[in-house]
Structures are given as C-alpha cells and as structure tokens.
Design a protein around this ligand. Sequence first.
Ligand code: SF4
Ligand code: SF4
Length: 53
Amino acid sequence: MKFKSDTCGYCGACVSVCRENVLSLDEWQLNIGPGCIECESCIFACPLGALEK
Ligand code: SF4
Ligand code: SF4
C-alpha cells in the first residue's frame, strides 16, 4: 500500500473498513502495519484517493 500524506484528509474511513485492523491514524500520519492482505478495501473507501497499491 502506498499512502499519499499530502492528499489524505485524515477522515479515518480507511481505518474503519480494514478487516485486518492493520491501519491506524495518528494526527498527521496513517500507519500501515504488517499483516495487510492487499484486499484494497481501504483504497475504495478513501474519498480522496490517498491510497493506492
Ligand atoms: S488493503 Fe485491506 S488489509 Fe490492507 S490496509 Fe487496506 S483494507 Fe487493510
Ligand atoms: S480514507 Fe483516505 S482521506 Fe481518509 S484517512 Fe484514509 S487515506 Fe486519509
């Protein structure tokens, strides 16, 4: 997963849809932990296109 911090609005939508619970949101950073299964749910959930494979 690639995360574009300058595009992210820090809304938390991606964190909510991640079934593996590997995403966490700090104030200015989205952390992608180990265990991501590349399901792409977060990509589709992001309203701003801040995530890509
Ligand atoms: S691709 Fe799937 S498992 Fe990986 S961070 Fe996104 S929602 Fe979570
Ligand atoms: S859904 Fe998109 S805009 Fe919202 S926190 Fe995640 S990456 Fe950022």
